[in-house]
Structures are given as C-alpha cells and as structure tokens.
Design a protein around this ligand. Structure first.
Ligand SMILES: Nc1ncnc2c1ncn2[C@@H]1O[C@H](COP(=O)(O)OP(=O)(O)O)[C@@H](O)[C@H]1O
Ligand SMILES: O=C(CO)[C@@H](O)[C@H](O)COP(=O)(O)O
Length: 470
C-alpha cells in the first residue's frame, strides 16, 4: 500500500493523518495542541508538529506529505531566515484600522476586490504588514521576507533545504496576490510595508517542492479551508460549513469573485479554481463558553439545545465574544437579547448559542449563492460538527440539507490528497463516504427565514452594519 500523510496545522492544534494513497482511507493519526493566543511563535507550530509526528511508526512507509495551515498568519523572517517576531494570527484584530486605511488608500473596497478578489479586514496578512510597519518600525526594518503558517512548516519539513514556497490558495489570503492571474501585486506590498520584501514562490497545485531529510516528497500544501475543500471533494452547487475556532462557509467556483462588501473573500482553491469564502471569528469556542456558563459538558449542551424550539423562545445570541470579522465589528462584544422570565432557560440559551454562531454563516451562504449560483446542500466539518445538535439545528438555520462525512479531519485528509496528487501526478478520486444526512423539512425552511429576519433586526438595533443582513 502506498502511504501519504496530511497535516492540519490549525489554530488550536496540529493533526496528522496517514492515508492509503489509492483510496484515501485513514490508517493512522496523531495530534498535539498549539499554544493559546492570537500572537504565537511559528516555532511553536513546528514543535507541536514534531511532537505529533514523534508517535512510534506514525510516518513509517509514508512517501509524500503536505501541510494545510491556518490562513493569513504573518510569519516574518530576517535575512538569515530567523523568525523576527511572533506571528499575528488570522483572528488578531489589532490591524483593523490598518485595513480601513489600506482600503481608502487604494481607492475603496471595489478597487481592492478587483485587485485581489477580497476586501481586506484585520485578518488578512496585508493589514498585519501595515500594522508592523506603523507600530514597530524598528522590528519591521529587520524583516526580509514574510511567509504564511503552512509555508513555514513546509520549509521546516524540508530541513530548510529549499527557499520557502506557498501555493495560490494560501497566497490568495494575503491580499497582495491576485488569484485571477496567480501573481503577486508588488505595489500592494509597497503600499502596506513601504518597501518590497521577499515573498515565497507560488508552487503549482500538484508540485513536489522538495523532500524531507528522510526522503519523503513534500507537496506545496495550502490554506486549511482549501485543504478541507480537497478533503471533502467540494463541488460547485454545495457549500462547506466549518465550525472550528473560526466559522467558515465556502463553495467552489470556476470563476473568480470580487464581492465589494467584504462579506465574501475571493480566495483561490488548491486545484486551480476558486474558493469564495465567508469567515467569522466566533466558531466552536462560543459553544464551549456557553457550556461553561451552564456548567455542562459539550454533549449535555447538545442534549439541552435539542429540547428547545427553533428560535430559542425569542433569545438571540450575537456571538461576538472575540470581536467579529463577518459582520465587520472588530471591537464588538457578544450580546444576549430578548430575555424574559419564560424564555430564560438553559435549553434556550444552549440552542441560541448554536443558532447565533450559525446565523452569520447562513447569511454568508446567501451571499455566496448571489455570487456563484445555486447552493443546495451544506457539508458540515470542523470540531463542532461532532455535535448532534449543531448538525440538526443547522438544517433550521440554513434551511438546507446537512451532510457529515466519515473522514472527520477534512483538512488533514485534503492535505494528504494533495500529497498523493504530487506523488503520482494524478489527483486521486478518493471516495467521501457520508456518515449522516439531515434533511431540511418545510418547517426548517420557514424557521430559517424567521431566524434570519429576527437576527437581522436585532443586529441592526445593536450595531451599525448597514451592508450586512437582509
Ligand atoms: N461536540 C462538540 N461540540 C462543540 N464543540 C466541539 C465539540 N467537539 C469539539 N469541539 C470544539 O471544536 C474546536 C476544535 O475544532 P477544530 O476544527 O479542530 O479547530 P481548529 O481547526 O480551529 O484548531 C474546539 O474549540 C473544541 O472545543
Ligand atoms: O481566517 C480564516 C479563513 O479566512 C480561518 O478559517 C483560518 O484559516 C483558521 O481556521 P481554523 O483554525 O478555525 O480552522
């Protein structure tokens, strides 16, 4: 059996899967935690990878490997390749003002969407570069190149024997790369940082970019959402919704998008097509926080939530516990709205938390549909997709059927599929067995409409976001 490995280096942890290159069956796996926080040394991700990979026999017989990594993080290197400072992660909002400044300086949101597919918010690498140049000019002077989290791990995997490389999927999250032409925009780097710096070469989707010291072929890798798209065999017409640290909703498109409100980021995918994506900062951790408040486990939270009615008796949970990216409210705090003596019950709170984290993604799916055409089903993935309540409640928030797949670690599996592609020269046709399908009834569709109306109304009453919501 030919074996390939895929790595998911995401916000909270690193996961490694070893797959049969022909079928995609996962034969071995391992994981290790990442440090908390929105500012982390890239060296900690490499340490976590080595810890996870250290499990006896894990990588025995593996012929190719690829990394899917959390997107956007700014990893800065000096002339000798040493890390200049800790990386700012995708969920670090300190560069919100820089995002606004850059958009204004380029001539407005549409100008950025036209140039890079995406209107930058604090998540995007370009805004972190501007923040660095503005806030830490002495540190910025030492920066010779900037790379992304998956680029850093790929480079370390190769023993630093080749210059850092990236792929078009992850590069498209920088906002100084045009996914329509697959080229960097040097002018945007100069605009953000005041000077040009080295950027990683953009490898082809099926390229072998080097080898590990043990002789394992290394594929280009990609961003974690792009890898999930590969792992789930994402096709146009359906959307993936991932609930990990972030919430994301994305679909596949054969044409680039240039959505000007900033709701949809016009990313590239890992195959040569496009991955228009909506992202929130508030995914599974809002559910963990709600379970903590209620003093219950995540399983109990799910059981409680399923005893409440759609709409949670009128409770509305705006889940902005970490500020928010979609809608763009970097400094917002969460709100619980509509409490009465009769609805203030643990079950309603449990359900409202799930409805709240899914609602903005449901709005995002509507915008994705406007941009790309029909979306008729949702594939759920990410840590919180293990929750039966999240799966069932999703049908009545999206008003669409919801599918969960057997291959749970979709990012790592997608990276492994890319590794198999690089190894064999053919993108393998791995089956994606369905573990569960949850149909959306007429009642779910009508509950989804009511929920959208209620949340849009409450959002408008509490925050100034005119371009968001119906
Ligand atoms: N049954 C569950 N219900 C809700 N959240 C869950 C459940 N199981 C795991 N999680 C949460 O999922 C998150 C991890 O998901 P994951 O997709 O691995 O995140 P990331 O890729 O961002 O590191 C954690 O916050 C964890 O608490
Ligand atoms: O910023 C984005 C997408 O634009 C996030 O989706 C990150 O890529 C982190 O993902 P998770 O760690 O939550 O999977």
């Amino acid at each position: 059996m030919t074996l390939v490995a895929g790595v998911d280096s995401s916000t909270q942890s690193v996961k490694i899967v070893v797959c049969d290159a022909e079928t995609g069956e996962v034969v071995r796996s391992s994981r290790a935690p990442h440090p908390d926080g929105t500012e982390v040394s890239a060296a900690a991700w490499w340490d976590a990878y080595r810890k996870a990979a250290d499990q006896p026999g894990l990588l025995d017989g593996v012929e190719a490997i690829a990394v899917g990594g959390q997107q956007h993080g700014m990893v800065t290197l000096d002339e000798d390749g040493a890390l200049v400072r800790d990386a700012l992660l995708w969920n670090d909002t300190r560069s919100a003002r820089d995002a606004q400044d850059l958009v204004a300086e380029l001539g407005g949101p549409q100008a950025f969407a036209d140039a890079t597919g995406t209107v930058p918010l604090a998540s995007m690498t370009i805004t972190k570069l501007r923040w660095l140049a503005r806030s830490e000019p002495e540190v910025a002077k030492r920066v010779a190149s900037v790379i992304l989290p998956h680029d850093y791990l790929t480079w370390e995997l190769g023993g630093r024997s080749f210059a850092p490389v990236t792929d078009r999927g992850d590069a498209s999250g920088t906002c100084y790369f045009d996914p329509a032409t697959n080229t960097y925009n040097d002018d945007l780097v100069r605009l953000a940082f005041g000077r040009l710096i080295d950027l990683p070469r953009v490898a082809a989707p099926s390229e072998v970019v080097g080898h590990t010291p043990d002789g394992i072929a290394i594929a280009a890798g990609t961003g974690d959402n792009m890898a999930a798209g590969l792992g789930l065999g994402l096709e146009s017409g359906s959307a993936v919704v991932s609930l990990g640290t972030s919430g994301t909703a994305f679909t596949r498109s054969t044409t680039p998008t240039h959505e000007p409100t900033g709701t949809v980021a016009g990313f590239a995918d890992a195959t040569g097509a496009f991955l228009p994506l909506v992202c929130t900062l508030n995914g599974a951790r809002n559910l963990v926080a709600t379970a903590d408040v209620l003093g219950v486990t995540l399983d109990e939270l799910a059981r409680l939530a399923l005893t409440a009615e759609p709409g949670s008796g009128g409770l509305v949970f705006l889940p902005f516990l970490e500020g928010e990216r979609t809608p763009s409210l970097p400094d917002a705090k969460g709100e619980l709205v509509g409490m009465t003596l009769s609805n203030m019950k643990p079950a309603n709170l449990a359900r409202a938390a799930i409805e709240g984290v899914l609602w903005s993604l449901a709005y995002g799916v509507d915008v994705l549909r406007d941009q790309t055409g029909t979306i008729s089903a949702i594939t759920l993935t990410g840590g919180a997709s293990q929750s039966e309540a999240v799966r069932r409640i999703a049908t009545s928030v999206f008003g669409l059927p919801v599918v969960v797949t057997e291959a749970f670690e979709s990012v790592a599996v997608g990276a492994a599929r890319q590794a198999a592609w690089a190894l064999t020269g053919n993108l393998p046709d791995w089956a994606v067995p369905v573990a569960g399908r949850y149909e959306a009834t007429d009642a779910d569709v009508s509950a989804a409409d009511s929920l959208m109306e209620r949340y849009t109304e409450v959002l408008g009453q509490h925050f100034d976001v005119p371009s968001f919501g119906h």
